[in-house]
Design a protein around this ligand. Sequence first.
Ligand SMILES: O=C(CO)COP(=O)(O)O
Length: 139
Amino acid sequence: MLNIAFIAHDRKKEDIVNFVVAYEQVFQGKNLYSTGTTGQRIMEATNLKIHRFLSGPLGGDQQIGALIAQNEMDLVIFLRDPLMAQPHEPDITALLRLCDVHGIPVATNMATAEILVRALDRGDFAWRELVELLKPELK
Ligand SMILES: O=C(CO)COP(=O)(O)O
């Protein structure tokens, strides 16, 4: 099953909630993860079950980064705030870097998120699940 992470900085929380509400059906039946407050806000507005990690400034970005490093994340939607400095900037940079290291699709704004989620809905990510299934044979 595909693993998806939702993360949003405070001034983007409303955007991510509206976004996930709009595409709730696409996210149903997926393994969903988030940083603490983002997940709480999404769960209050939808029927989705989300595994919430710590809040970003307390280590949540790093916890999601760990899943990426273990090849247990397929898509990251991270609506970051480009106009406000964050106390945990190094963690944010590390998370985005790991997406690039492991070739994980990551959207940092709503326009890209929309394109990726439409692709997900169309089945464009199915190959990731296939690779996962074939893994034992590849070893
Ligand atoms: O700070 C964040 C990502 O860098 C998000 O954390 P919260 O979802 O807990 O607000």
